[in-house]
Design a protein around this ligand. Sequence first.
Ligand SMILES: Cc1ncc(COP(=O)(O)O)c(C=O)c1O
Length: 404
Amino acid sequence: MQTLWDHRYALRTQNMSGSTIRELLKLTQEPDIISFAGGLPAPEVFPVEEFSEACVRVLKDHGAQALQYGTTEGYQPLREMIARHSNQYGIQVTAENIMITSGSQQALDLIGKVFINPGDRILVESPTYLGALQAWNAYNAQYVTVPSDENGIMVDELESALRCGPKFMYVLPNFQNPTGVTIPLERRQKLVELAEQYGVPIIEDDPYGRLRFEGQHVPAVEVLDDRLHPNNGCYHGNVIYLSTFSKILAPGIRLAWVIASPNVIQKLVMAKQGSDLHTSTFNQMTAYQVAQHGFIDKHVMKIIDVYRQRRDIMLEELKNTMPAGVTWTRPQGGLFLWVTLPKQFDTSEVLLKAVKKRVAFVPGVAFHADKSGKNTMRLNFSNAQPDMIRIGIQRLAETFKETI
Ligand SMILES: Cc1ncc(COP(=O)(O)O)c(C=O)c1O
């Protein structure tokens, strides 16, 4: 049925077309499918009890404030807590550097709103986070891509991309979505130096940094940039850092934060006012209650134990079952690993066969701004139960063997 709206969509909606991948993924939502497709945390580790108690406490002790409008920047005690937490990881910031958002996805959208003019080029890793491309496509962004390997973005290829004059560069240094790889310190250092040399600011998206199963923590890109722009506790550098409570508490509360210089925060605040006024006061106050007294540090240990076990099972099953020619990454943390098939295969077609065997993944092309990566795929290991991971990978291996 046609309505009067049908010919009135803004030009920008032309770039919002629901991808064929999304259509394919609808197939993966049937109940008997083992899905490695989503990016969902394990529901078993949600701190339901803690939230339940915190909700009651917030309503009892601060009910009127919790149910009232709040400031766009976010709940001050939560901002201060995030500042203290960031300081522990070497990010020298105060609450002035922090804005709370309704998920990091909102932060990506607000960044698009504030910085992207139609046709602006954004430098992204190839592959990169699908949700960032979706957010910025709506602002008619163009992309300059830099390939990545098992150590993330290839900094040797960065200079030619920086010469294209991108508006900013977008990187995911820890346990990247989709590949699971982490950028080592030397590459981060080089990245920051080149960005400084070419005058290109950086968006650092870090939802998974706390979920490290093994190996050493690597300083954030923002920390390295901070060393180039020393400050007195209030960050004034060229990085906008994003992180979220989605993977360390629960995604349903839609709570995340941006760290940036105060000038950038001010602009983002104005953009957010036009978007949702502020993030739910009640959720912020409840998450603050839950997070107090070092709860997140303890809780993260629990999540890590579960995810490490699931990653190990997936890696073991891949090793036991996959035909020759199939390779995969070995992430040291996070939620995902990345599988590469021989060049001639198209994983979108493989997905149709896999779904018939009741197993699903996301075809890698979805994460490539330049539509490359047809022979790759993302597997999520956090959401399925261990025995389902084994069966799912066996089904996938059977599918590959019939295809390859
Ligand atoms: C790299 C990356 N950025 C942002 C997000 C969005 O997170 P949020 O739930 O905070 O909106 C995700 C979610 O999976 C992600 O993987």
